[in-house]
Design a protein around this ligand. Structure first.
Ligand code: BV8
Length: 243
């Protein structure tokens, strides 16, 4: 065990109130490509502004609908890995535990995590583009988005760039970051806000910050300990095995 992992294990073992924030790297070993790290990064062939914004959907709803349909098919075939499962087990042994995920794949809940905040929504949920009506799927994953009863186009119920996160989610995150002993940051490039700000917030409020990632990120200098490695390998070693 590396000295960094040993330090992280000590922090984890001493913690009773835990927050874990995860990004696309958490799901990579479940077979879901990340956004930015090559070679098959999701955005490799597209400009994110054309895919994950209201303007992009307005310009070409069929392109955006197809991109999500392809991802939904891939995600539906994915299963949680040992890292997701280790977090679900850890939750059972803590006084308080919350996962603040940027991922829209539902894998934390599928692994058994109970207290999960899907900051950027969920790819299997839908809403109406113009008025935000709840829209029940599933829909045929073919080329064009269906219509809401109000006549607007149906879109995935995810948070695009330039859209605000659910205020209730932000309140939950703020409360959790204010009272946690440890924040574990897993598999995020630390580029997208407000999630990228969680590490500094937790540190300023007295928590220990552990980062798990094969690569260093802008968050590494904020973390108390950087543990190089993948979520699937590191998390089962990091999570305390007893209460
Ligand atoms: C907001 C959902 C208030 C959809 C996503 C100008 C105008 C408007 C807004 C802004 C602006 N300038 C800045 C902003 C704010 C903007 C932002 O932060 N922009 C960045 C680019 C600067 N944020 C927003 O717009 C947010 N809303 O601020 O509202 C507001 C409103 C109006 C105007 C101003 C402010 C909303 C952001 C949410 C966007 N939605 N996704 C979808 O998924 O399709 S973003 C998407 O990318 C993800 O959800 C995630 O959040 C984000 C980053 O991706 P990561 O998860 O970090 O993944 P990435 O590929 O980047 O990195 C993978 C990492 O994993 C790497 O570090 C790699 O090393 C590591 N890894 C690899 N293998 C493994 C591993 N780790 C562990 N194990 C492994 N095996």
């Amino acid at each position: 065990m590396t000295s960094a992992l040993r330090t992280a294990v000590e922090f984890a073992r001493a913690a009773r109130r835990v927050v874990v924030t995860t990004g696309a790297g958490m799901s990579k070993e479940s077979g879901i490509p990340t956004f930015r790290d090559a070679p098959n990064a999701l955005w490799a062939n597209y400009n994110v502004e054309d895919l994950a914004t209201r303007g992009g959907f307005r310009r070409d709803p069929a392109l955006v609908w197809r991109w999500y349909a392809e991802r939904r098919t891939m995600i539906a075939a994915a299963r949680p890995h040992e890292g997701h499962i280790a977090l679900a087990r850890w939750e059972e042994r803590c006084d308080s535990f919350v996962v603040l995920t940027q991922n829209i794949d539902g894998l934390h809940a599928a692994a058994g995590s109970k207290n999960v905040v899907e900051l950027h929504g969920n790819i299997f949920r839908y809403t109406c583009f113009d008025r935000g009506h709840d829209v029940e799927g599933p829909f045929p994953q073919d080329a064009t988005p269906p219509r809401c009863a109000c006549g607007s186009l149906v879109r995935p119920a995810v948070v695009w760039f330039g859209e605000s996160l659910d205020p209730a989610h932000l309140e939950t995150a703020d409360a959790a970051l204010s009272s946690c002993d440890v924040l574990v940051v897993v598999g995020t490039s630390g580029l997208v806000y407000p999630a990228a700000g969680f590490a500094l917030t937790a540190r300023e409020r007295g928590a220990r910050v552990i980062e798990v990632n094969p690569e260093q990120t802008p968050l590494t200098e904020i973390a108390d300990v950087f543990v190089p490695g993948g979520a699937r390998t590191i998390l089962p070693e990091l999570v305390p095995q007893t209460g």
